[in-house]
Design a protein around this ligand. Structure first.
Ligand SMILES: Nc1nc2c(ncn2[C@@H]2O[C@H](COP(=O)(O)OP(=O)(O)OP(=O)(O)O)[C@@H](O)[C@H]2O)c(=O)[nH]1
Ligand SMILES: [Mg+2]
Ligand SMILES: [Zn+2]
Length: 358
């Protein structure tokens, strides 16, 4: 398959030109998991990591490749490493407040960003959220498109449409249902040959379901509709890129959490890709990087490859995260206690009742 079919164009060809003679091969990242990237090239797909030199020169998290990126590979025998990231045409990212360097790129080189909301009540649509998503999209360099999904569950879709249009500042608004198929035709005008469309939004709003409906087959796993709180669990856990028959390229991504960006150890790990990558070479799997022998993190600190401040930052966030987790555990324990108290009370009153009937 030709790279053009995956979005390679004159823009990237020009960026690649100086490296052509260095034996580097261009490819596009289709998925990433635990620092292993799937990279599609002209002839085949490679699973690879970034090179040592790449790690050494990467400063921020956003310097690491993500789904949608074009990278340059160095091949040896049958394996490959990522040597270089080609500058992005667009980058949709989220930033942790006050931490400019911890920008996390959710989708790279998208032409359109579909901002998906669910009109199924709850917090799946709000003015504030739409505004924030829009700001990020205009910053990204891609064109935002607002998709108000699940209209089959909403009596009042038209008023949401008007509200969204009022704050859209020029972005198109579409009403859809991934289940009934209503409104999907209006999205097809964006699905052009060689164009990349990234889907983003909260968890459970129907990003993967929309992709499946547009593809006409079950490509992405979708979650269960939860009636009770309408919050949605994270069903899609990693980003991935697929190509439709129309020639359009779609990026699915895990739902963005509005609060508590640092929800898990995993998110901390992916925020500090470099430290996570180093940890993989520590002698002990559970190395705490505080003086164990064969610690790759300590080694990088003393050679200067890893910045001391950055490592301090990492430790701070890890402490903060553990604190949040403990707090959550404590709350769960309390809820459990209250529940059992209620049950005991109920049993007692049932016993009393039986006594009075006797
Ligand atoms: N009624 C109705 N249900 C929908 C619609 N779109 C999606 N759903 C359901 O909503 C649930 C969540 O959909 P997903 O596609 O998994 O949501 P997602 O945005 O990919 O969620 P994450 O992967 O967690 O970020 C699934 O049970 C879907 O079947 C819709 O238009 N109408
Ligand atoms: Mg999904
Ligand atoms: Zn270590």
């Amino acid at each position: 398959m030709s790279l053009e079919q995956w979005g390679w164009d004159s823009h990237f060809r020009n960026l690649y030109e100086p490296f052509r003679t260095q034996g580097l091969l261009p490819g596009r990242i289709t998925s990433e998991s635990r620092h292993i990237y799937e990279v599609l090239t002209e002839e085949k797909e490679y699973s690879c990591r970034v090179s040592g030199h790449y790690m050494y020169t990467a400063v921020n998290r956003s310097d690491y490749p993500t789904v949608g990126d074009w990278v340059l590979l160095r091949l040896s025998d049958d394996s490959a490493v990522i040597e270089k990231l080609l500058p992005r045409k667009s980058a949709f990212s989220r930033k942790r407040a006050g931490l400019e360097t911890e920008e996390q790129v959710i989708a790279a080189n998208a032409d359109y960003i579909f901002l998906v909301f669910g009109l199924d009540g709850g917090r799946n649509f709000s003015r504030g959220a739409l505004e924030r998503f829009l700001t990020r999209s205009w910053d990204s360099g891609a064109t935002p498109v607002i998709v108000l999904n699940k209209i089959d569950l909403c009596d009042d879709a038209q008023s949401y449409y008007i509200e969204a249009e009022n704050i859209s500042s020029g972005a198109a608004v579409h009403l859809t249902s991934a289940i009934t198929g209503e409104g999907l035709e209006s999205l097809r005008s964006y699905l052009q040959e060689g164009k990349t469309v990234a889907f983003t939004g909260f968890s459970g709003v129907g990003k993967s379901a929309l992709i499946n409906s547009l593809a006409g087959e079950e490509i992405m796993k979708t979650g269960e509709q939860r009636e009770s709180d309408l919050k949605g669990r994270h069903t899609t856990t990693s980003k991935s890129l697929i190509r439709l028959e129309s020639g359009a390229i779609l990026i699915d991504s895990p739902g963005i959490k509005e609060l508590q960006l640092w929800g898990s150890e995993e998110s901390l790990e992916s925020a500090f890709e470099d430290i996570a990558q180093l940890s993989a070479s520590c002698r002990f799997g559970d190395c705490s990087h505080s003086g164990e022998p064969g610690c790759a993190v300590q080694e990088a600190l003393s050679s200067g490859a890893l910045d001391h401040n950055r490592f301090e930052n990492y430790l701070d966030l890890q402490r903060e995260l553990r604190f949040l987790e403990r707090k959550q555990d404590a709350r769960q324990a309390l809820e459990e206690k209250v529940k059992w108290k209620k049950i005991a009370k109920l049993q007692k009153s049932l016993k009393q009742e039986r006594k009075t009937y006797r």
